[in-house]
Design a protein around this ligand. Structure first.
Ligand code: ALA
Length: 483
């Protein structure tokens, strides 16, 4: 039994499966599309919602430093992802990398953790989308009653889970439904819509920077690291690190590019470009936006769900038009995150099914749309339910937990494979091995340790569900174990 848990798939078998025409997805994505998919997944609620709150409560102007720290941690993982993606360009992403290096059980754990990342982040961002959408409608005099646009469940440290009095978050369900349908009926349509939304998102960010930069009051950025209040995490250096933990969410998504491996025209070269390119673009944007945001408005005013809107208001009456434009663009920008995350989730389950770890229906390609139709519809439905009933903070922390676990295992995988198969031809090589992967593992684990106890409990609960599914189905039907 224990030997079977460590059953590995050879890299050549993995690569051969990807070219199996019976389950072939359509290869249409080039480097630009892949980079756009990365930017589509990365820039979202982290920038448009969390930046202000993390600055106001934890880091002050030094949120700029928090972004830089979170970026460095993500680069460690991205460089490891890039090596694997060029070596094993499979839609299963980190799940497949673990299958090749650590065996089936580790692969299952990572696949299940990735579900926390992709499925739950699409729901988290849909909840952020709902807030901006409701606020935009309100600007036009249309009011959705609060009980139909917020979560019926709430969590607080004292009482645990309680009913909030709301009924359901309808706009969050609505956006997942639309995007879920879009990804189900064709990758080209989805990529086109994503590109459009990414362009809108980038244009508005450039517009915000362009308008805001002349209004920066450099005094707002002093002192750069406000003095600690005496409580760990409230300003000072501990606040900078706590801020980095929060804005880590803003970088999640570059790895989703690797799940599109089987739809990339030249995956070995273009996946590393897509991942590292989109992460670099996003890092640059985050730091510049943070400088402008905090320079225009003092950090103490930014503890709101729509910090960018607060900064635009501060620009004065000449910029009233920008308020509406910004909200519309942010709504588009958040939609693209939901889109790429749902895509990523469907591709992971698709691959797990082909390995026999999930029922065959998950691996079926629709004859006309050439997409994993059943999986796409099913996960969209589940994401709709999660988005409709859960509050955003709980979802966000859970996403970070699942992502960090996946990142740590990928970094560990690079260390293992370099030792076990040093001679493999790696089209992209992580630099400075073992330093970079080792730092990747350490920094991810350190960030996991500081996440709240409740998130750990949820991770354990999630994993227990995963183990039940694995031992009752996956272990019995695994293709590797029962050839
Ligand atoms: N990085 C994505 C966002 O910030 C998940 O919305």
């Amino acid at each position: 039994m224990s030997r079977s848990l460590f059953a590995k798939k050879s890299i050549s078998a993995l690569v051969a499966e990807a070219s199996d025409t019976k389950h072939a997805l359509k290869r249409t994505l080039g480097p630009l599309n892949l980079t756009a998919m990365g930017v589509g997944a990365i820039i979202g609620a982290g920038l448009f919602v969390l930046t202000g709150q993390a600055a106001a409560a934890h880091a002050g102007p030094a949120i700029i430093l928090s972004f830089a720290i979170a970026a460095v941690i993500c680069f460690f993982s991205a460089l490891c992802y890039a090596e694997f993606a060029s070596l094993i360009p499979i839609a299963g992403s980190a799940y497949s990398y673990a299958y090749a290096t650590m065996g089936e059980f580790a692969a299952w754990i990572i696949g299940w953790a990735l579900t926390l990342e992709y499925l739950f982040s699409s729901s988290t961002v849909a909840v952020g989308w709902s807030a901006y959408f409701v606020s935009l409608l309100r600007d036009f005099g249309l009011v959705i009653p609060t009980q139909y646009c917020s979560a019926p469940l709430a969590y607080d440290a004292v009482n645990g889970w309680v009913l909030s009095g709301s009924v359901i978050n309808l706009p969050a369900i609505f956006i997942v439904a639309i995007i879920g349908w879009m990804i189900s009926v064709g990758i080209q349509t989805a990529a086109f819509v994503n590109n459009l939304m990414v362009i809108i998102k980038l244009l508005i960010i450039v517009l915000f920077i362009g308008c805001g930069v002349v209004y920066i009051n450099w005094d707002n950025l002093r002192p750069f690291i406000p003095e600690n209040t005496g409580v760990f995490g409230q300003f000072g250096w501990s606040g900078v690190f706590r801020g980095a933990g929060i804005v880590f969410f803003a970088f999640i998504g570059f790895d989703a590019v690797s799940t599109l491996a089987q739809e990339a025209r030249n995956p070995q070269k273009d996946l590393p470009t897509g991942m590292l390119g989109s992460l670099s673009i996003s890092t640059l944007i985050y730091i510049i936006v943070a400088v402008v945001l905090l320079g225009v408005v003092g950090f103490s005013q930014l503890g709101v769900p729509d910090p960018i809107a607060v900064a635009v208001n501060a620009l004065g009456p000449n910029f009233v038009w920008l308020r509406y434009v910004i909200k519309i663009a942010i709504i588009a920008g958040l939609s693209s995150v939901v889109l790429v995350m749902l895509l990523g989730q469907s591709r992971i389950l698709f691959t797990m099914s082909q390995d026999g770890l999930l029922p065959k229906a998950f691996g079926k390609v629709h004859p006309k749309f050439k997409t994993p139709f059943f999986t796409s519809i099913l996960i969209s439905f589940i994401a709709m339910i999660i988005a409709g009933i859960f509050p955003v903070e709980i979802l966000g922390q859970l996403v970070s937990m699942g992502t960090l676990l996946a990142f740590a295992i990928v970094c560990l995988g690079v260390l293992i494979l370099r030792r076990t198969q040093p001679k493999l031809h790696r089209p992209f090589r992580t630099p400075l091995v073992p330093l970079i992967p080792a730092l990747g593992v350490l920094t991810c684990v350190a960030q996991m340790i500081v996440l709240p106890g409740v998130t750990w409990m949820q991770l354990v609960g999630w994993m227990v569900i995963g183990f039940i599914i694995y031992f009752s189905f996956g272990a019995k039907h695994s293709v590797v174990r029962n050839p």
